[in-house]
Design a binder for this molecule. Sequence first.
Ligand code: SF4
Length: 83
Amino acid sequence: MSDEKPCRRCLLSQMDQGRYEEVILRAVSAISEKDRSGEKICHERLQMCQSCDNLISGTCLACGCYVEIRAAMKKGRCPEKKW
Ligand code: SF4
């Protein structure tokens, strides 16, 4: 059993680059260009996630998603309506 504590306020990109590339970049690259939110909007959304108590280890506790994937989608919505 790992005694590593989950990282609150961390995105997967800040914790585990290998897993980030494997999971997040792979999923985001599968989103068509027209369905992506764009870099600026995605960044703003993720800043809100990083100040949210629901974020833990890159995952939203309110919906269970990886926020970096949800934020990259144009139709992605915050379950708590923060963005
Ligand atoms: S998607 Fe919304 S509820 Fe979830 S971590 Fe981000 S801001 Fe918080």
